[in-house]
Design a protein around this ligand. Structure first.
Ligand code: SF4
Length: 445
């Protein structure tokens, strides 16, 4: 196993908290909290408002002692898609806001950190755990924070398809797993000598895979797959679309028509059929609407290909954030990505005289479909952050919030399936192959 070194330390997002900027966007119902978290949530819900001067003193009472207790051995992490409250607060308490690629590398980049507390979705925390050393722990503020894209590509859905394809194509099959997959699916990629990719490096990873002259099985986002295939010169009509979710699990090559089997055999790239509900609300008409009004349109490549093709630019969360934060005063940008991100970007851009709108925010005659936030990621909120830090400092962190490689948590019930030690070690070995490949190819490119 090659050792991993990186230089990906997440820089500050540049987010500022100003006095009249609400800390919180939406309260969660009390029964959405784990039992251990409810006393903290009750205190929070009883606060008279969500302004910084009210919320911050309450948080400080718990968070400051926890930070003092752990010192530099603790790192707080959040993703840009988190509701505005967490990205603002995590940085205020010395933590980092990052995209999924940067998040995954934090344990490797910071061997001195022993406890990571992540406010984002489960697969992101699990990716950190896969690359973590034995003396590093990863905790998630809400283990039920899933990703709808990943929910249609669970290991028990993808594995039967993988078995079908492996039987037909043998060693020719190479799996590329988008970061938005569980460790179990990343391990499948590693098993084939494949790689993980993120939206920031998908083009480089697919270029690497094409150079291997093997058949690519791209899991799980069909839209990112179509976009990166287009950027890589792969004709759209040569792609084979495998179904997603349970349908994908049931699909058998023997049941395909002879014409479909022939297309499958000729396809350089097979795309699993999942998608992100947040990124598929955008339409080419939205791009046209804002373009006609002088806005520069930038989108995430999880959007449909016709939207990406129509936009002025497309790229990862980090790319979009950097474009907003470095825009000139007076510039106008329409952003097609997750709603909390756009709201955070709009607030921060306004401070520098830049106007940001949500790409989907157009009059109904133009086909409006309100851009939405990632509801599952937003299951992390200030009471979750306060509670987990206080409990960890007191040595009572709930085991459900500890993230080990291979953990699968039911996003509705919170039930968790955890692998036995030996199975976990095998998973880590395979998933590390795929993650390490991604890091090496990304750095080389
Ligand atoms: S925005 Fe979409 S792809 Fe990203 S974490 Fe949320 S559901 Fe998953």
């Amino acid at each position: 196993m090659p050792s991993i070194t990186t230089d990906s330390s997440a820089s500050s997002s540049g987010i500022r908290i100003i006095p009249d900027m609400p800390i919180c966007q939406q309260d969660l119902p009390l029964d959405w909290y784990q039992d251990e978290f409810k006393p903290y949530a009750e205190e929070y819900l009883a606060l008279p408002d969500r302004l910084p001067e009210t919320v911050l003193p309450w948080m400080d009472g718990y968070v400051r002692p926890a930070l003092d207790h752990f010192g530099p051995s603790l790192m707080l992490l959040a993703h840009y898609y988190m509701g505005g409250e967490i990205v603002k607060l995590v940085e205020r308490y010395g933590g980092r806001v990052a995209d999924s690629y940067e998040l995954a590398l934090q344990a490797v980049d910071h061997p001195e950190t022993k406890v990571f507390v992540e406010s984002a979705v489960h697969f992101m925390a699990e990716s950190i755990a896969i690359l973590a050393a034995d003396d590093q722990q990863v905790w998630i503020t809400n283990p039920k924070s899933g990703c709808t894209l990943e929910m249609l590509a669970k290991d028990w859905m993808v594995e039967p398809a993988f078995d079908e394809l492996r039987e037909r194509y043998g060693e020719d099959l190479l799996v590329l797993a988008y970061m938005n997959t569980s460790g179990r699916v990343k391990a499948l990629a590693g098993e084939t000598g494949g790689s993980v990719c993120t939206s920031s490096n998908a083009k480089a990873i697919v270029a690497w895979a094409l150079a291997q002259n093997r058949k690519i099985f791209f899991v799980p986002d069909r839209h990112l797959g179509e976009n990166v295939a287009g950027w890589s010169g792969i004709p759209a009509d040569s792609l084979f679309h495998w179904k997603g979710g349970d349908e994908g699990a049931r699909l058998q090559i023997a049941d395909l028509s002879p014409a479909a089997r022939s297309r499958l055999d000729r396809a350089p790239m097979i795309l699993w059929g999942s998608f992100c509900g947040v990124h598929t609300v955008f339409r080419p008409e939205h791009v046209g609407y804002w373009e006609e009004r002088g806005y520069r349109v930038l989108v995430h490549p999880e959007c449909p290909k016709d939207v990406v093709d129509a936009a002025h630019g497309a790229g990862s969360t980090k790319y979009l954030w950097n474009e907003v934060m470095t825009a000139e005063s007076g510039e106008r940008l329409a952003i097609g990505t997750e709603g909390h991100f756009v709201r955070n970007a709009r607030e921060q851009a306004k401070l520098g005289g830049v106007e940001v709108v949500n790409l989907a925010d157009v009059p109904s005659a133009e086909g409006s479909s309100m851009g939405c936030g990632c509801a599952t990621m937003s299951r992390n909120d200030p009471p979750h952050l306060v509670a987990i830090l206080d409990m960890l400092a007191r040595g009572t962190g709930p085991d459900l919030n500890r993230v080990l490689p291979g953990d699968v948590v039911n996003e509705t019930t919170g039930d968790r399936h955890r692998l036995a030690e030996q199975e976990r070690r095998e998973l880590v070995a395979n998933a590390k192959v795929a993650l390490t490949r991604m890091i090496e190819v990304t750095r080389a490119s």
